[in-house]
Write a protein that binds this ligand. Sequence first.
Ligand SMILES: N=c1c2ncn([C@@H]3O[C@H](COP(=O)(O)OP(=O)(O)OP(=O)(O)O)[C@@H](O)[C@H]3O)c2ncn1[C@@H]1O[C@H](COP(=O)(O)O)[C@@H](O)[C@H]1O
Length: 87
Amino acid sequence: MNSFDQIYALVADRAVNRPDGSGTVRELDAGVHFIGKKIVEEAAEVWMAAEHEGNESAAQEISQLLYHLAVLMVERDITLEQVYEHL
Ligand SMILES: N=c1c2ncn([C@@H]3O[C@H](COP(=O)(O)OP(=O)(O)OP(=O)(O)O)[C@@H](O)[C@H]3O)c2ncn1[C@@H]1O[C@H](COP(=O)(O)O)[C@@H](O)[C@H]1O
């Protein structure tokens, strides 16, 4: 299990060390337009799961949404502090 800070740190590490076979590296390389579409897709899946599929499924979709948000933050060099100051 990971916290958001941990998944952000993992994505940031993938960006620097670029291990072979990493889906995160592939997504970072695909760029902000691709990542943005993933975020919109996952946000819709969160909504559908919460409305029609139940909390287990919604929680799974939320985890994917958080992952793609972390990837976007790293791709754009947005720090956790920059986000948290608005929370
Ligand atoms: N948490 C995630 C995570 N969530 C989602 N994804 C990626 O996002 C894809 C899901 O997006 P899609 O839109 O294709 O999914 P989907 O078909 O809509 O699937 P559902 O939403 O219907 O379940 C998955 O195939 C993964 O590639 C993730 N990829 C990685 N992680 C974490 O990042 C770590 C490092 O991953 P790598 O860089 O690939 O080693 C992993 O160990 C995990 O902890």
